[in-house]
Design a protein around this ligand. Sequence first.
Ligand SMILES: Cc1cc2nc3c(=O)[nH]c(=O)nc-3n(C[C@H](O)[C@H](O)[C@H](O)COP(=O)(O)OP(=O)(O)OC[C@H]3O[C@@H](n4cnc5c(N)ncnc54)[C@H](O)[C@@H]3O)c2cc1C
Length: 564
Amino acid sequence: MESAYDFVVVGGGPAGCALAYGLAHSPKNPKVLLLEAGGRNADPNLRVDGQRWLTFTNKDLNWGYMTTPQVHCGNRELDYSRGLGLGGSSAINFGVFSIGARDDYEEWARIAGDDAFRWAPVQERLKRLETFHGALPTGIGTKYASPRTSDHGSSGPLHVGYPAECEADLVPLLDAFEQAGYPLNPDHNSGNPIGMSLLISSAHKGQRSTAQDLLTPCPENLTVLAEAPVQRVLLEGKRAIGVEANGKAYLASKQVILAAGALNTPRILMHSGIGPKEQLEQYNIPVVHDVPAIGQGLRDHAFCPLVYTRTEASTARHGFYGNQAAMDAALQEWKQHGTGPWTKFATTMGIGFFKLERLPSSDEFKSLPEEEQRYLNSETVPHYEIFTHFPIHWFLPGFRNEDLNYSCLLVFLYNAQGRGTVTLQSSDPNVPLLFDPKFLEHPFDRRSAIESLREVLRFTRTEAYAKDTVSTLAAPKSDSDEDLLEYWAQTIGSSWHMTGTVKMGKPGDADVAVDNDFRVVGVEGLRVADMSVVPVLPSCHVQAVAYITGAICAEKLVKDYGLE
Ligand SMILES: Cc1cc2nc3c(=O)[nH]c(=O)nc-3n(C[C@H](O)[C@H](O)[C@H](O)COP(=O)(O)OP(=O)(O)OC[C@H]3O[C@@H](n4cnc5c(N)ncnc54)[C@H](O)[C@@H]3O)c2cc1C
């Protein structure tokens, strides 16, 4: 059978779209097919900036995954959402656009043995990806944000930046952090995220940006097929020749690249006979190549909330969220003009990345491998994150109208040392894998959780913050180790930053599934380019890393096939 395409890309998330974009726009115009399991996501009303927190509740746009019961989190099964449809998880995510620490990329380059992943070339690629809108929201001075033009792009397909307006209590809160000893950082996307910053979002002029924006306009040599869930890779011996989606074959003369995300790419590989031999045999899947690492290196960030009601004078949230008519009118305004309160409330917040002074002297830290200690001690790698203004009233069942003047601080647990798994549970390729992130299983993760929450509690008790607090809605009973850990266990959520299930590394390393050219070990013509391969857990909300992953893979393919 003749191949209609040079490249077949599976999955239309940030990585898949960046990859298809890079290939299709290369000078020799190769024929590229992008297959996406979900729909086209064409409805502009899914892009309301202030409603970015709710899109994932739309069942048609979400694979609807849950974790297995988390042993260290009260055996709770946690939401493990993944985006379904063009844009992938970027179409349902919360719009935080953060790129991480330059030392993350230096570490990636070290692990992979390839300078392509170092910070300097990565920053140049990020600049090509974005159009950064750096005008500050009304009332925000350059003290709070002053990004340098040289750190940002001005003509990429993804529009990111600050909104035109922000909530009344944002500046006072940033001031409170500064007064409490947390330094301000003028730009969390400069390569050094340490400090408290004004959030940059994947949104512009009240409208969310998603990976779909990379496909618009769509070049003639790129074919995008929606509603095409791929079940397996088609192989001749150990060479990939195409993929099968709902009984139809799509052949690639050059390469098949899987970009179905960290939870679904391993599923396609395993059902193609590529993965841990014992698991495949247990489900009667003929083994093509035994790759024990596939599905073994799952990492993720987790978070927990602190919530306080605040004085009426300090926030305007009740007046908006407590008034359905005001929200409906605001939606009409957004639909007609793209402006109004839905472009202001919960569209920018404070985002802070910090070191924990006490962590490096803990036994749990000192027990880590030396390389990991060195990485965690490097200048730009934070130990935890604080995120302000999260609209938690939408997520806490029974949240009372009268409590809507509140402040919510999220504490994010970084650098998880636990390694979770994604494993087969059926021989049917349409059945999801089992997802076990093993939250709080590793002693370091528990120590880090305790110390970060203790630190944020300390902040809430400082005069600068506490003066506007009326009552506590959600917080640990005390700051003893036991109470802090128990609070994490009862309130923990995934940040949906799943990473590392088809890990990249140097061939021969036991935990490696792809080499630094994204090639699946032991199989020809097959690459993986999405968050599955990333061998570090980046110090950020990771969509930017997914875009970069797709972009780097495209660059390497363009070079390999002489498409420049
Ligand atoms: C609720 C939520 C909130 C988040 N918030 C943020 C945030 O604020 N900021 C941030 O940076 N990150 C956030 N993330 C994470 C971020 O969106 C993801 O890390 C990123 O989108 C991953 O990109 P990816 O390309 O690897 O995979 P995905 O975005 O998951 O894309 C994979 C694509 O492949 C498709 N696919 C899967 N299986 C198949 C198949 N068999 N055949 C064909 N297609 C298939 C999927 O439908 C999907 O479109 C959030 C994620 C979620 C779910």
